[in-house]
Each structure stands twice: as C-alpha cells, then as structure tokens.
Design a protein around this ligand. Structure first.
Ligand code: FES
Ligand SMILES: [Fe+2]
Length: 437
C-alpha cells in the first residue's frame, strides 16, 4: 500500500482523526497543524488533558523560606497560594473562598498564619482548615467547618527545591514524571554546591500575544538564535566577545515531553560574555569558585554544571534558561493567542554582591523583557500567531529539521521540539478517556 503524503490527504486525516501532529519517520515528515495554536477547543482540551493532569511547576522553595511565608500566583490558569504552613510543610492551596469564591488572599506575598476572606470574613489556616465563620449559628446544622477548608492541589512534591503540584491524584511520583529532566535540574541545583540556590527578589511579569506552545518551541530552539538576535550578537561582538565558536551542542529528548538544548557556547556564559569590564577581584572570585566546583562535584560533573549552557523545558509549563544568566521562566496560557510569562533570576545563595550584580546585569541585558532577546522573540512569536490567520490556505507548520539525523547538532536539528510535540499529541489524543499518562 502506498501512503499518500500530500497536504490534501494530510488535511483530510487531521479532520477525520483530530490528530494535529503528523509524524512519519520513514519519510522524515513532521508537521503540526496550525489549529493547535488557534482553536479554542484545543486549549480547553489542553486544560483537561495536560494542564490538569501533569505535574506543573509552582515555585522555588527559597521563595517561602520561613513558616508562614506565602506567594499568590496563577499556575496554568489556577489561582493558588504557595505557602509554608506552621508544620513547615509546603502547601499549594486553591485561592478561592469556599463560601462564594472570592480570593482569600489578595496580596502577592507576605507572612501570615491565616487567610481571611475580605468578603464575609471567613478565616482559614495557612494549612487550609476553615477556622472561623462570622454568624455561623445562622447556617444549617449540615454545614461544618471541617468540610469547608480551602481546596488544595491533589499532590505537591519538591525536587531540588523546585516545587511542583499536580491536580490529578493519579499522577505518578514526581521523580518518575521528571524522567531525564531530573538530571538537568540537578545540573542547575548543583550550581549552588556551597549553600543551595535562591530566587533573587523581584520578578518579571509580562505577556505575549501568542499561543503558549510557541514560547515553548522558541525557548529551546537553537535555530533561531543568530538570525533573530543578530543585533545582540553584533553588539557583544563589537564589545570584544568571541563569537567564533558558534553554538556547539546537542538537542535532547528527556522523556515525557521534557526536552533540552545542551550546548557549549562560551559567549553564553556570564563570565565570558559580559559586555562591561569586570574587576580583577570578580575575575579571581569566579576562578576560585570554578576550582571549588571541580573539587566539590568532580571535574567532569563540574564541566556539565558550570561550562555548558542549557535551555531546559520541563513539560508543560517550566523553562530553565541557563544561558547569559540563569532564568526560571514559567508559562501560563490565558487564551489561544495570549500567554502570561513569569520570570525570575536564580542564583547561588549567599553569592558575593559584586558577582550578583554582574549576574543580574547579564540577565537584564539578554533575558529581561527590555533586554536584547525577549523583545526579539516576542516579535517573532507574535508574527507567527498573526500568520496563522492564513490557516485556510496554509494549514501546517514544519518541524522536520534534522529529522532522522544520527548525531544531531543543536542548530541543525529540532529533535527537542519534536519531543515536546509527540508528548503533547499523545496527551491530546488520550487523556481522561484512555490516555497515555
Ligand atoms: S466569599 Fe469569602 S467569606 Fe464570603
Ligand atoms: Fe530567542
């Protein structure tokens, strides 16, 4: 039997089966139907099959170091209170009053043992129990405090200070879910081999008028760097940063939809690419820390941890960008064509002030929303989304670069992006009615 690979035949297939990823290893075809980025029904299904079932990143333990600390945020469309209760347990509570729904905590962060809803003053412990209801005597006897605590995520687990939650009680243990991504999170966490890692105070909260999956693709895409960020490369080149080495690395499929671009690009390490003069003191400190890393982690491991850059995607909402600085980037789909992004700078706890400043400057310069990279990427992704208005005539995206190549190279291959799409496709096809997870 011959397979008809014509676009017309593929379009008919997607209409019949609903599959939006067309993957034919024999011929190296890999296409994604553009309705994946534009169709409201797709986002609804993503919420059911992916965002409500996977482990999703909530925050870093260093954001709530003390008993009573809390942060409120939106996590893949759910409003949560990420907090540490009086037993030192990390909680992910649903920020909605059991009475009529108001947010019980409206502050972005703080420290308290209770949350009191401002609407009718119901009061909850930071472990979720309802402890106070004004005028309780007027409620029927069937109403109990015990039955009306704050709802919480079905599961909460922490891996190397990265706190994840699942809203599905049947999700597998976190470490099993993380698969190959665990080792890459280790490579990030091991940068704090002295005293651990911490989120630097303050966050960048911004949005892009594009589908969340475009941000996923872009964040692990080695192909776009030089063309899209040409202004940046011209700039750092003019400041004497050596770009001759290019981007030497590999795309990685880490399992379960997780993926990584793992590369050696000295210009992407803060120490080599800084465009401001660095003091002799700072240079010496960095040399000392690097030697200490060799001793603490072993030379081979230290090289993976310290010298290589990594754009890591932990399916479905977390990106860790270890290039130009170290960024935690979290995606929150709002609409098919609108994504909120929260980003934080991650750094070794107790870092020297001068080194922290260099790290922060490097972060702002490239990754910050007003830096060289993010506006470029935003422009690229928003124009993709606009381009999808032509879906009637052009239905498919191509994700086939380097398909079938045995020894893939970072710039010439989209293995890591295909890894994401395969899991997405599998989850979308399966889910609660017979899914793969
Ligand atoms: S909605 Fe919270 S107390 Fe009424
Ligand atoms: Fe980029």
């Amino acid at each position: 039997m011959t397979i008809d690979h014509s676009t017309e035949a593929t379009n008919l297939t997607v209409r019949r089966t609903g599959r939006m990823v067309h993957d034919v290893p024999e011929t190296g075809e890999f296409m994604v139907h553009r309705s994946a980025f534009t169709d409201g029904a797709v986002l609804e299904r993503e919420r059911r099959n992916i965002l409500s079932r996977c482990w999703v990143y909530v925050g870093h333990a260093s954001e709530i170091p003390n008993v009573g600390d809390y942060r409120t945020r939106s996590v893949v469309g759910r409003q949560v209170i990420f907090c540490r209760d009086r037993n030192d347990e990390v909680r992910v509570l649903l920020n909605t009053c059991r009475h009529r729904g108001a947010l019980v905590c409206r502050e972005p962060q703080g420290n308290d043992t209770t949350f009191t809803c401002f609407y009718h003053k119901w009061q909850y412990r930071n472990s979720g129990e309802l402890i106070g209801v004004p005028g309780k005597i007027s409620f029927p006897e069937s109403f109990t405090l015990a039955d009306n605590g704050l709802a919480s995520a079905s599961q909460v687990e922490t891996y190397r200070d990265f706190v994840f939650a699942s809203f599905d009680s049947s999700a597998p243990p976190l470490v099993e879910y993380l698969a190959g991504a665990a080792d890459f999170i280790d490579r990030i966490a091991d940068q704090g081999f002295r005293d651990g890692m911490e989120i630097v105070d303050g966050a960048h909260l911004y949005s892009m008028r594009c589908n969340w999956k475009l941000v996923v693709e872009n964040s692990i895409d080695g192909y776009h760097g030089f063309p899209v960020h040409s202004t940046y490369f011209q700039y750092i080149g003019s400041r004497g940063v050596d770009l001759s080495v290019g981007l030497d690395g590999v795309p990685r499929d880490l399992g379960n939809g997780h993926a990584c671009l793992d590369y050696l690009a000295p210009f992407a390490r803060t120490v080599a690419r800084t465009t401001a003069p660095m003091s002799d003191r700072a240079k010496q400190l960095i040399t000392d820390i690097r030697a200490e890393a060799d001793a603490a982690l072993g030379e081979e491991r230290a090289a993976l941890v310290a010298d290589r850059s990594k754009n890591i995607f932990v399916y479905p909402n977390l990106l860790i960008i270890d290039a130009a600085s170290l960024q935690i980037r979290v995606l929150d789909p709002v609409a098919t064509d609108y994504t909120n992004i929260s980003a934080w700078l991650l750094a070794p706890r107790g870092e020297d002030r001068e080194l922290r400043q260099i790290r922060s400057d490097s972060y702002q310069e490239f990754l910050g929303p007003g830096g060289f990279a993010t506006p470029d990427d935003c422009e690229a992704l928003e124009t993709c989304q606009i381009g999808y208005q032509n879906i009637a005539e052009v239905e498919w995206n191509l994700v086939n670069k380097g398909y079938g190549v045995d020894a893939p190279e970072a710039v010439d291959n989209e293995t890591q992006i295909r890894a994401f799409w395969r899991q997405w496709d599998s989850d979308m096809a399966g889910g609660p009615d017979g899914g793969t997870r």
